[in-house]
Design a binder for this molecule. Structure first.
Ligand SMILES: Nc1ncnc2c1ncn2[C@@H]1O[C@H](COP(=O)(O)OP(=O)(O)OP(=O)(O)O)[C@@H](O)[C@H]1O
Ligand SMILES: [Mg+2]
Length: 178
């Protein structure tokens, strides 16, 4: 297991109230520390592995390559990804047919994941759920949609999780006017 190097951690680039604190890592990567999920579940690393595996299986190229690293003592797993040059997808971006088509592809893939019995991926991300905006879908400077975060909602209790999954599916479809 890779150990992250604290001396390579740079500027913080996330909002205060997010679930992760995200920093630049070295020249071209980011490193993500989670605040909540490691408190909610033992064996955090197994859940992270599972989320990454499912993300890769269902979203392929759309998912930003993600790896797990730990502190030198093997504890407190973190996620490391390439730094993506881009920004959060806006609803107005979906007027572009090429982007709308990628977006539909992503939500169709997500529907397949649910049909296969996996917990939803939190595509809206915290405050995005309140705003009806999928904050985990990024638009790169090259005009590609990318998922920057594939955390699943499995840590929620069953009735709440079912409600979140229904609400999210409706919001994702409304965003593109399906
Ligand atoms: N790979 C990346 N490249 C560039 N910026 C990133 C990357 N991953 C995350 N960020 C930045 O950090 C922010 C938060 O990332 P992330 O979604 O992983 O955490 P979060 O806790 O779910 O936050 P939020 O609730 O804002 O979505 C993103 O909105 C983005 O600005
Ligand atoms: Mg997020």
């Amino acid at each position: 297991m890779e150990h992250y190097d604290p001396s390579r951690i740079g500027q913080c680039i996330s909002l205060l109230f997010g679930e992760h604190t995200v920093y630049r890592y070295g020249e071209s990567e980011v490193i993500k520390f989670s605040h909540v999920t490691h408190l909610l579940r033992d064996n955090e690393i197994n859940y992270l592995r599972r989320d990454i595996e499912i993300g890769e299986k269902y979203f392929g190229e759309y998912m930003v390559p993600t790896r797990i690293a730990t502190r030198a003592d093997g504890k407190r797993p973190v996620l490391i990804q390439p730094f993506v040059h881009g920004r959060i997808l806006e609803k107005s971006d979906l007027k572009n047919p090429a982007l709308a088509q990628q977006y539909r592809d992503i939500i169709n893939r997500h529907r397949r994941l649910l049909e296969d019995g996996h917990p939803a991926i939190d595509l809206m991300s915290g405050i995005g759920f309140l705003l009806g905006k999928p904050r985990n879908i990024y638009l790169t400077d090259e005009g590609m949609l990318r998922l920057i975060d594939v955390t699943s909602v499995e840590m929620f209790s069953a009735p709440f999780r079912a409600w979140v999954e229904r609400r999210q599916s409706a919001m994702l479809e409304r965003y593109v006017g399906m």
